[in-house]
Ligand binder design. Structure first.
Ligand code: ZN
Length: 275
C-alpha cells in the first residue's frame, strides 16, 4: 500500500514500540489508570522533530491532569496564605503579636466581656472605637484583633503607636508630610495605640487633629484608639479638649476594667511593653 507510512509520506518512518503503546500509568493521587498517549509526528525539513512521533506518559510529576490542576490550586492557596501571614506579621509588628492578638486568645473575664463584644462587632464602615482602661487589661489586644480581622477582609489598615504619629509624618518636604497625613486619613482602618502615653508636642497634636477632623468631615468610620485615659483625663493631659471632644463625637467609648492579666498569667509581659 502506497500510504502505509502515514501522513508524512514514504520517506520517514517512526519506530513504534508496542511496549509503549500498551503502557498505562497510575496517578499517584487518585490511582486512576492513565494510558500513554501518542504525540503525532511533526516533520521539519524532512526529519521528525524530537519528542514527536512517540508514545509518552500523560502524567505530570506522577499526577493525572485533574490531580495536577488540583495540586496547583492548593499550592497557590498555600502561597496566598503564607503571603497574608507575612504581611500580617509586618502589620502587627512581629511574630508574637501575630500569634497572640486574636479574639480566640483573648482572656475573657466578666470585666472585659462587654469590651470584647464591642471589638468583635466592630464594623469599620459604621463604627469607631475608643478603648480605654488601665494598663494590662487587653486594650491593645482587642484593638489589634479587630484591625487584623479587617486586614484579613482585604481592607487597608494602618497600625501605629500614637506617640509615633508626628515622627511618621515629620519629613523635610511638605508634600511628603501631606502624603503621609493623607495616608492616615484614607486608611479604611486606622489604629492609634496608647494615645496619651507619650510626650505631647504641638506638632503631634496638630497632625492628630487634622487626621481626626478629615475623617470626621468625610463621615469616615474605622478609627480605633486605645488609651490609658478617659476622654476627660486625656483632655487634661493634653491641656485642651479639642481632640478629646472630637473623639467623643466620632467613637463608641468602651471602658475596659480589670487587673493586669499579664501579671496574673505571665503572658506577653516580657516583650510587649505597651498594654
Ligand atoms: Zn489523579
Amino acid at each position: 500500500m502506497s500510504n502505509s507510512a502515514g501522513l508524512l509520506g514514504p520517506l520517514i518512518r517512526f519506530p513504534i514500540s508496542m511496549d509503549d503503546f500498551l503502557r498505562i500509568d497510575d496517578c499517584q493521587m487518585c490511582h486512576r489508570p492513565v494510558p500513554w498517549e501518542w504525540i503525532p509526528a511533526v516533520a521539519l525539513a524532512g526529519k521528525p522533530l524530537a519528542g514527536t512521533g512517540i508514545w509518552t506518559s500523560q502524567l505530570v510529576a506522577g499526577h493525572c491532569a485533574t490531580c495536577a490542576e488540583a495540586l496547583e490550586a492548593q499550592h497557590q492557596e498555600q502561597r496566598w496564605a503564607r503571603e497574608l501571614e507575612e504581611r500580617l506579621v509586618t502589620l502587627l509588628g512581629g511574630v508574637r503579636p501575630y500569634r497572640e492578638f486574636t479574639f480566640q486568645r483573648y482572656q475573657v473575664t466578666h470585666e472585659n466581656r462587654a469590651a470584647l463584644a464591642r471589638a468583635r462587632d466592630f464594623d469599620p464602615f459604621a463604627h469607631s472605637l475608643y478603648l480605654w482602661g488601665p494598663c494590662g487589661v487587653g486594650k491593645t489586644h482587642l484593638a489589634y484583633a479587630a484591625a487584623r480581622r479587617c486586614f484579613e477582609r482585604t481592607l487597608s489598615v494602618v497600625i501605629l503607636p500614637a506617640y509615633q504619629l508626628s515622627r511618621r509624618v515629620r519629613m523635610k518636604d511638605p508634600d511628603q508630610e501631606q502624603a503621609s497625613i493623607d495616608h492616615f486619613i484614607g486608611a479604611d482602618v486606622l489604629l492609634l495605640d496608647d494615645l496619651g502615653a507619650g510626650t505631647e508636642t504641638t506638632f503631634g497634636r496638630q497632625v492628630l487633629q487634622e487626621i481626626l477632623d478629615a475623617r470626621n468631615y468625610r463621615d469616615q468610620a474605622g478609627l480605633i484608639v486605645t488609651s490609658a485615659y478617659s476622654l476627660d483625663a486625656l483632655a487634661q493631659k493634653m491641656g485642651h479638649d479639642a481632640i478629646a471632644s472630637r473623639l467623643a463625637g466620632m467613637c463608641q467609648i468602651v471602658e475596659i476594667r480589670g487587673t493586669d492579666y499579664r501579671l496574673k498569667l505571665g503572658a506577653l509581659a516580657d516583650d510587649q511593653s505597651h498594654d
